[in-house]
Design a protein around this ligand. Structure first.
Ligand SMILES: Nc1nc(=O)c2c([nH]1)NC[C@@H]1CN(c3ccc(C(=O)N[C@@H](CCC(=O)O)C(=O)O)cc3)CN21
Ligand SMILES: CC(C)C(=O)C(=O)O
Ligand SMILES: [Mg+2]
Length: 276
């Protein structure tokens, strides 16, 4: 078997966007996860996840907001710094929050520069297709790798009418046009969120850049999930596209209860946790 370009050998150098391009050319699929803090980022890198996204899903899963709309650049900067400090192999992508790039290429550039200079990110992600092509183009020309995000774009859920699959029926044409627009503008990869599997497969075939699916079927070049969803830390309802690989909520609940019981019972701390 040929060696993976992403997980291969003894290499300790950083995953770069050209590695993702090579992976697509070789038909090698890869996984992306979100990360928001030091322990999770280090664990995912050790697990061989080549790309980590400091997602604005932090609004939901870290900060307790009902949506990603309230998330600020400052919020994500703190988390991006934590993630970049604790990793050295994974490619770190920072989401650009709602309101920090839409008004034009200059605004997008200013925000992206903060994520790269202060945050240490190696790439940024923004939501939208043809409508953000000018932003993608300026960033790309300025040396900032851009990941695009089309299909269901959570920052515009109020405009899209809630959490809905995009690209069905007549929407397929729009989705394909957006996919081509972001590639043409210079995006190095594109997230496809909640898109019918067949359409996502078609986009993946037509594009030369990698597609990263979330609720977009198995034919994408890569997949992404929000980590507290896939690890079962999330106690609420999770979207249909989530597969639960662990029950961290149950495990943490058990540990916290046992600790509380030990303290109530005078069992903790024991002599081995105490000083003479
Ligand atoms: N915890 C978490 N997971 C995510 O995947 C996620 C976030 N937060 N926050 C930002 C966006 C928002 N996303 C979401 C959130 C909810 C649904 C959802 O409830 N989907 C339903 C309805 C689908 C439909 O109506 O067709 C589902 O059952 O999948 C989907 C994507 C994806 N992102
Ligand atoms: C779900 C992924 C793609 C995302 O944008 C996020 O976590 O914010
Ligand atoms: Mg996001």
């Amino acid at each position: 078997m040929s060696e993976s370009v992403l997980y291969g050998g003894q290499s300790t150098s950083r995953v770069r966007i050209h590695h993702l391009q090579q992976a697509k050319a070789r038909g090698e699929k890869w996984a992306m996860l979100t990360a928001y803090d030091t322990y999770s980022a280090a664990i995912f890198e050790e697990a061989g996840i080549p790309v980590l996204l400091v997602g604005d899903s932090a609004g939901n899963v870290v900060l307790g907001h009902a949506s990603t709309v309230a998330v600020t650049v400052d919020d994500l900067l703190v988390m991006t710094k934590a993630v970049t400090r604790s990793t050295k192999r994974a490619l770190i992508v920072a989401d650009l929050p709602f309101g920090s790039y839409e008004s034009g290429p200059q605004q997008a550039f200013d925000t992206a520069v903060r994520m790269m200079k202060d945050g240490g990110a190696q790439a940024v992600k923004l939501e939208g297709g043809a409508r953000v092509a000018p932003q993608i183009r300026l960033l790309q020309e300025s040396g900032i790798p851009v990941m695009a995000h089309i299909g269901f774009t959570p920052q515009s859920k109020h405009a899209l009418g809630g959490f809905r699959v995009q690209g069905r029926g007549a929407g397929a044409e729009q989705l394909l046009a957006d996919a081509h627009a972001v590639q043409e503008a210079g995006a190095f990869a594109v997230v496809l969120e909640m898109v019918p599997a067949e359409i996502a497969g078609q986009v993946t075939k037509e594009l030369s850049i990698p597609t990263i699916g979330i609720g977009a079927g198995v034919d994408c070049d890569a997949q992404v999930l929000v980590w507290p969803d896939m690890a079962g830390l999330n106690g609420g309802r999770v979207p249909k596209f989530v597969k639960k690989y662990a029950d961290l909520r149950g495990e943490l609940l058990r540990a916290a209860k046992e600790y509380a019981d030990d303290v109530r019972g005078g069992v903790f701390p024991g002599p081995e946790h105490s000083f003479d």
